[in-house]
Design a binder for this molecule. Structure first.
Ligand SMILES: [Mn+2]
Length: 263
């Protein structure tokens, strides 16, 4: 469900986890959540005790690049199931879903690692993950309409809608073809944002989470050796923990992409 305007939170919105389960557990601890992941194989479970009244929101990209995508999924899935969290899909989750559906996406950009980790997991877990990602809303509209959460961002006029165009923007942001290295050319949609809704998103690793026109990117590149960051809402307090390792090589420098050329 995209339209959750009647849900006023408070929320703790967490950036791109990318399989960094240890850092997620540490960050959640800083936010007041107690997390325990125990058991092996089919018996492996994540249990979470949330601070009273608060819920987590994941901005997506739970998987790829990091060392423990199945545990990151386990924590998020269990919390969503118990009503402790909301979650939107990231582009990496969408590509991983294609693999779960047997559609053979290229095993690039860290999906190779996720697949290797998933091969050690039982078939029931594969089915649960597939159903989980398939059911995620493309973005969330919250807190009286004053807050939207989307993986790569969302335009003001798209909020509350779920067309293909909206879905594409929420997963990939403002893009236009690919560059010489085969990476999508991205533009800084937030630079032109004039909406009244605060938009919290991830997708683009930045060195520091900072507000731009009522938008906040909270992907601080944990899987690349940066930090895992959360925004407490409505307090607007930023909390982050450092990565314990550089799990993946950066292919571009941290920071917002260029503004789309006019014309
Ligand atoms: Mn990402």
């Amino acid at each position: 469900m995209i339209d959750r305007r009647t849900d006023t939170g408070p929320f703790d919105i967490v950036g791109d986890v990318h399989g960094c389960a240890d850092e997620l557990i540490e960050l959640m601890g800083r936010l007041g959540y107690g997390v325990e992941v125990t058991g092996v194989g089919e018996a492996r479970r994540a249990s979470v005790e949330a601070p009273k009244g608060r819920r987590l929101i994941f901005v997506g990209d739970l998987v790829d690049r990091g060392p423990a995508s199945p545990d990151a999924l386990r924590i998020a899935m269990g919390m969503v199931e118990r009503g402790q969290a909301l979650c939107v899909p990231g582009n990496h989750d969408a590509r991983f879903l294609r693999w779960l559906q047997g559609r053979n996406p290229k095993l690039t950009h860290g999906l190779d690692l996720t697949v290797a980790q998933m091969m050690l997991e039982p078939p029931e877990f594969h089915a649960d993950v597939r159903a989980f990602i398939e059911a995620l809303p493309v973005h969330l509209w919250l807190d009286g309409g004053g807050l939207a959460v989307a993986h790569a961002g969302v335009k003001s006029e798209m909020i509350g809608l779920a067309s293909n165009d909206v879905r594409q923007f929420c997963l990939y942001g403002d893009t236009d073809g690919v560059d010489a290295d085969g990476l999508p050319i991205r533009y800084h949609w937030a630079a032109g944002y004039r909406g009244t809704e605060a938009i919290v998103y991830g997708h683009t690793p930045v060195a520091e989470a900072g507000w731009v026109n009522n938008t906040l990117c909270i992907d601080t590149g944990c899987c690349f050796g940066g930090r895992l960051t959360a925004l407490r809402w409505p307090e607007r307090e930023i909390v982050s923990v450092p990565a314990r390792d550089g799990y993946a090589a950066r292919r571009r420098a941290f920071g917002h992409p260029p503004v789309r050329p006019v014309g």
